[in-house]
Design a binder for this molecule. Structure first.
Ligand code: ADP
Ligand code: MG
Length: 480
């Protein structure tokens, strides 16, 4: 008893005056270690709250951020603190707003944390400066498999990505070629694979798996920088020493013949010794015209998987998952509305949701349909070009090569009935017309017929990815 008391009293006390300087040094070191992108996305918003005995408290503005930082950087933070100040034993990471900062700061910080920054900052850095960025440090911590929502349009690509992350270089999966339109999750899947590979970490040779991920653009910059500094040998060796090489947005190399050539050699060198390659592009290998034929052929040797345009169902699932992660209650009506209105890609959908959430947090108001329309006014307008039923019927008839008059005829053959249903579905989605109004415009049909068409088309879209692509294509043509 007496002994306990004396140790408590004798315990040296942390010098609070030193903490801010130590904290600044720790942040600096962390930034150097994790790279600017991660730092900006995750760590910049950390605020030092205070010290209690041997425990430092660090605050972050949302639970989501807390969980992330604790999971990814908690141990490292503790180590850095211990090195900086031996009296500190533990670091507690909690949700909270920084004390003493001006009142608006935490909210602004939160809004920022929700901003969708999927791409690295614009290429302001000179190639020489990019050179020393370690490629595997540009992996976005938000892009994990857990955070990837799987649905019909992406399940194949997802399964392939998982498979390669679990067993790199298996027969039939090398190279893995992922392709699809912008904002559909290619980069997300690649980063998720990188996390998985690095996290599980054994190359079989008793050392961690080394993964190099970079955009094709960065590949080019690094290659050019290597030529300039006469270190191409080093560049080649560096790339050829990895277990897994991932190149994102390969279409960037079209027309860049020397870089392409270099990539082709790197590619061959790696594949020949059984290393895994993962490549993404906006088109399939056969459609990437302008790419060297030999390279195109080799890219198609392994597994080619595409990410299709999202379906309504996938958009809803993604919204649900993201709202849950952010810990914000978003009414089903609002999700429905967003999933109907923002159909272009996941990035835009996510951007809209993030804006809503930031807004709700900022004003402490619940998310409602009215607020949504107001907050997203500009985005919705852009998506809400006035499309008329006439246009829809015309486009759809053309697309399926049927007569325009069949949109309102009584013919019930599948070849005309299906396109008619598609047109009704699009009319429901793209115009403000009610079901009875739409019915009238399609040869005076009943509103229940329209309702049936809408649900039937929705259903078919989930069952048949090719059909879903057709409908999405029509929608996009009509919207633009
Ligand atoms: P791409 O590289 O194909 O252009 P990204 O991978 O950058 O697209 O995805 C754009 C944004 O959408 C990212 O923030 C990503 O996390 C998100 N995203 C895309 N697909 C999904 C999905 N299936 N589940 C969750 N988020 C997704
Ligand atoms: Mg991308």
């Amino acid at each position: 008893m007496a002994h306990d008391m004396s140790t408590t009293i004798d315990q040296p006390i942390v010098d609070i005056a030193q903490l801010p300087t130590q904290w600044a040094r720790i942040r600096g070191r962390l930034q150097g270690e994790v790279g600017d992108l991660e730092y900006r996305n995750w760590l910049r918003q950390m605020a030092l709250d205070g010290v209690d005995g041997d425990e430092i408290t660090v605050l972050l503005p949302s639970r989501f951020l807390c969980d992330w930082v604790r999971g990814r950087y908690g141990d490292r933070l503790t180590c850095l603190w211990q090195e900086e100040n031996p009296l500190i034993r533990r670091v507690d990471i909690r949700v909270g707003a920084a004390r003493g900062a001006n009142g608006a700061a935490p909210v602004a910080a939160l809004a920022e944390s929700l901003a969708v920054t999927t791409e690295p900052p614009p290429a302001v850095a000179k190639p020489e400066e990019r050179m020393d960025q370690r490629p595997d440090l540009t992996i976005d911590p938000r892009f994990t498999f857990e955070a990837f929502v799987v649905g019909k349009p992406n399940e194949f690509a997802h399964a392939c990505a998982r498979r390669v992350a679990e067993q790199p270089s298996s027969a039939g999966f090398n190279p893995l070629f992922l392709y699809g339109g912008v904002g559909l999750g290619k980069t997300h899947l690649m980063h998720a694979m990188a996390w998985e590979l690095v996290g599980r970490g054994n190359s079989g040779a008793g050392r961690p798996v080394s993964v190099a991920y970079m955009s094709a653009e960065k590949f080019m910059y690094r290659f050019i920088a290597a030529i300039r500094s006469q270190s191409t040998m080093q560049f080649k060796e560096q790339l050829r020493s990895v277990d897994v090489l991932m190149i994102d947005d390969l279409q960037f190399l079209i027309g860049k013949d020397n870089t392409q050539e270099e990539f082709f050699h790197t590619f061959n060198a790696l594949v020949d010794v059984g290393k895994q390659i993962v490549v993404s592009a906006d088109k399939s290998p056969s459609d990437l015209s302008g790419l060297d034929d030999r390279l195109r052929t080799r890219l198609g040797y392994g597994m080619v998987a595409d990410l299709h345009a999202t379906t309504f169902e996938l958009r809803i699932s993604i919204l649900e998952a993201k709202a849950m992660r952010a810990g914000v209650a978003v009414p089903a009506k609002v999700m429905d509305f967003l999933a109907h209105k923002i159909t272009s890609n996941v990035r835009e959908l996510e951007g809209a949701l993030n804006r809503l959430i930031a807004h709700a947090n900022l004003f402490g108001r619940p998310v409602t349909l009215e607020a949504t329309q107001e907050v997203l006014n500009d985005i919705l307008k852009a998506h809400d070009r006035r499309v008329t039923i006439d246009e829809i019927q015309k486009r759809v008839a053309e697309h399926f090569s049927i007569r325009l008059s069949d949109m309102s005829s009584a013919r019930r053959a599948r070849a005309v009935a299906r396109p008619r249903q598609v047109a009704m579905y699009l009319a429901k989605q793209l115009t403000q017309r009610s079901l009875p109004e739409i019915g009238r415009r399609f040869g005076n049909r009943d509103h229940t017929t329209v309702m049936h068409a809408v649900s039937r088309v929705g259903e078919l879209m989930t069952l048949d990815a090719g059909f879903a692509d057709d409908v999405e294509l029509l929608r996009r043509m009509l919207e633009s």
